[in-house]
Design a binder for this molecule. Structure first.
Ligand SMILES: N[C@@H](CCC[C@H](N)C(=O)O)C(=O)O
Length: 259
């Protein structure tokens, strides 16, 4: 069978997009998803995303990591999916959609997508790091000289170590650049490597830096190896609300692949 696909990237975090409103994609075929994401034997991507019909919103997002397994929320993937829905004519300039972590609202203007993330009510500050869930789990750790830092080895050790073990976490290493700007590099669970950017990751970094008094700003720039994202939010007691992740989401190419 031939599969029609679209390739998108959001600050270098890249995704295979499939319009699955017909419900024909074999969602339980882990090895197929893994092969489609393979950079040598397939299209090549950090993840694969299905756009499906939803009863109460414009569409539903189903996300798989490049290891072939369905996973938790992908912020950059969500932004790319909104751009894809716009290209397909499913939405105009704004959208609501359901994902594994609940309801999302988004706006598109040219190739910039602003995506509302879920509210966050638990930011766990530990001695060496901060842990929080922004739709996906994130360990956030400040380091010196981020450019030279061994993200792969240290990220892999933390991802599989105590207290995360099997379920794992994504791991973000951060360096403060100014009061409203942080550089971030992320080791992603399910990709099992550093990616060029992680949307739920930079969202976690913005909230963690605020909670740790590393910034007084509630609109923060996050510089990733793939480009700059902004995260804005409001604090309401111990809950962070109206969290928006904003940045470019770009169509790369489309095609058909035998599978
Ligand atoms: N790249 C994503 C995060 C994708 C999910 C993650 N790999 C996990 O399994 O937790 C993003 O932009 O948020």
């Amino acid at each position: 069978m031939k599969l029609k696909f679209y390739k998108y990237q959001g600050t270098g975090n890249d995704f295979v997009m499939v319009d699955n409103r017909s419900k024909t994609f074999p969602v339980t075929n882990t090895s197929l998803v893994k092969r489609l994401c393979d950079r040598k034997f397939g299209i090549g991507a950090d993840g694969l995303i299905l756009l499906e019909e939803d009863a109460t919103t414009d569409f539903k997002m189903v996300y798989f990591n490049s290891d072939g397994n369905e996973s938790t929320m992908c912020g950059n993937g969500g932004r790319c999916l909104v751009a894809f829905a716009n290209k397909l004519g499913v939405i105009n300039n704004n959208a609501t959609f359901n994902a594994i972590d609940g309801l999302h609202y988004a706006e598109v203007a040219d190739d910039v997508v602003s995506l509302q993330m879920i509210d966050v009510d638990a930011v766990n500050i530990e001695e060496t790091h901060t842990f929080l869930n922004t739709g996906s789990p994130h360990h956030v750790q400040l380091v010196a000289n981020l450019t030279e830092y061994d993200v792969f080895s240290n990220g892999k050790a933390i991802r599989n170590g105590s207290p995360y073990f099997e379920e794992g976490t994504n791991v973000n290493f951060v360096e403060k650049m100014s009061d409203d700007t942080f550089a971030v590099r992320t080791y992603e669970r399910g990709v099992e490597d550093e990616t060029l950017s992680c949307g739920t990751g930079v969202t976690a970094v913005a909230l963690a830096m605020y909670a740790n008094q590393q910034t007084t700003k509630n609109a923060v720039n996050l510089e990733t190896p793939g480009g700059t994202l902004t995260v804005s939010f409001e604090q309401d007691g111990t809950t962070y609300k109206n969290i928006f992740l904003k940045g470019k989401a770009t169509f790369v190419f489309e095609g058909e692949i035998e599978c």
